[in-house]
Design a protein around this ligand. Sequence first.
Ligand SMILES: Cc1cc2nc3c(=O)[nH]c(=O)nc-3n(C[C@H](O)[C@H](O)[C@H](O)COP(=O)(O)OP(=O)(O)OC[C@H]3O[C@@H](n4cnc5c(N)ncnc54)[C@H](O)[C@@H]3O)c2cc1C
Length: 549
Amino acid sequence: MAEDGDPGNQATSGLLGSPGRRAFLRFAAAAGGASLLSACSRTGSAPAASGPAAAATATAAATATATASFSSSGPPSAADWAALARDLSGPLIRPGESGYTTAKELFDPRFDSLHPAGIAYCLNPHDVVTSLAFVRTYGLPVAARCGGHSYAGWSSTSGLIVDVTRMAGVNVSGGTAAVGAGTRLIDFYNGLAAHGRAVPGGSCPTVGISGLTLGGGIGVVARAYGLTCDNVQSLQIVTADGQIRTASASTNSDLFWACRGGGGGNFGVVTSFTFGTHPAGQIVLFFLSWPWSQAARVISGWQSWAPHAPDQLWSNLHLAAAPGGSVPSIQVGGTYLGTVSEAASQLETLYGAVGSDPSSPFLESTSWLHAMLVEAGCASLTVNECHLPTQNAQGQLARASEYAKSDFFTSPLSSHGIGTLLAGVENFQTAGGASGGSGGIAFDALGGAVNRVAPGATAFVHRDALFDAQYTTTWPVGSASAAVARQHAWQQSFWQSMRPYASGQAYQNYIDPSLANWRQAYYGANYARLAQVKAAYDPHRLFSFPQAV
Ligand SMILES: Cc1cc2nc3c(=O)[nH]c(=O)nc-3n(C[C@H](O)[C@H](O)[C@H](O)COP(=O)(O)OP(=O)(O)OC[C@H]3O[C@@H](n4cnc5c(N)ncnc54)[C@H](O)[C@@H]3O)c2cc1C
């Protein structure tokens, strides 16, 4: 099937044939023989949409206590749950009720076996206050949920999910934007672009602004505009004690510090953000590929060029393989804030460093919103279509499964490191993976604005890396579990083989249950301060999961 990311379309069909950033990795696998199944891919099915999102705007700092009428001994009875339902403005969905199967879903079908006792769709901060009072009263586990993309499934729980997706919307005023905590990325970009504004974010359209921002937020203009969290001016959060607080540089500044990179689900439930914005003009997209035989030279050339390019230029490097595929693929994609001719001139430096021109260069200037759709893998879709069917009646994306691990690299790969990298990708072809599966690694260039922030200025400590890397493997729904297990084993082994070359740090937003030293890897020297903030705002650890601060 020729999707938006079909490489065969690139030369002839302009942007409609161009892949998204992550889609690049996936179609590369398809080119190697696998069928396409993307983490953000299209599906033909169109079930009913959920209800309308309620716009949420930041309000002045306030305190509130729950007025809910809960009893307080033993687990909640049916009557207690009914009381919660009455006290909430938004719907509460419980097991056995209509819509429960969909309401409990996260993005990855791997987590469909989780069965929360309830899902509270909060319409406003006071619904969050009420939900937290309920879980405090009965000692229930609780998890905040936004886009549901946690790689570990930690936005679900056996207790109460506090879902923020009905507090969605973007209100632009002057140079700032008030954004509901439940806003999904494609709606975030769309709402901003309507006012000619932009905030840097990630590429997957259904990722939630909350999880992305709280853990950092690496995206396609990060070298110019920084991480998503670097653009937050203030936020509103309901802490474990039920207080609705504003956090900013001048109010609850320790909480503000922690919420910029300290990771979702740790310090409270955010209900809105205020971001500083940037102009959203035309932007150049480029996609380049070389034969696999040139891969070592492409890696060497890219790593000497990408992190040191002008800030306007962001790029990534994808290497991908498929089970039984003929040869893996290697591609560079990116953006440039300027003209096509300026971008072409910058790319000449890359071609010089590689020692050869790419075989199918694609370079085009487009509008900001269309660029975000392309990067999302939605080049030929409308904004409404660039959703899951459960999020928008026109949604054409599908949920998908993926294992992910990550690294940051603070020095270039040696020739031995490049050899290890190539072997790791090539090994996927014989790893015994599922038909239609894919495996690979994607590097994002860092430096620029990301590294001009001091490591301790926000909780996001990774400010000295040249690039990050994400090791991913995906498989079609219904694949044999043994084949999936072999893909997972390949990924773990690939990541292990790169230990001598990586910094030891990992990206907290690519949260990784198999990471033993996660405190150091995600937070480094910032962990001690994060633990202090946690003790101050959540002393009884209401918000808890296996890698909670
Ligand atoms: C397909 C895919 C593509 C991705 N692409 C990128 C990318 O381009 N760039 C990038 O930087 N990252 C990317 N990520 C990683 C992504 O940023 C993280 O998975 C992020 O945590 C997802 O946020 P979410 O709101 O969608 O997920 P959720 O699962 O809803 O939440 C993630 C965590 O945050 C908590 N949380 C959610 N909402 C709130 C809230 N309102 N207040 C407090 N805590 C909350 C949850 O409890 C959970 O612990 C990608 C992930 C996937 C699966």
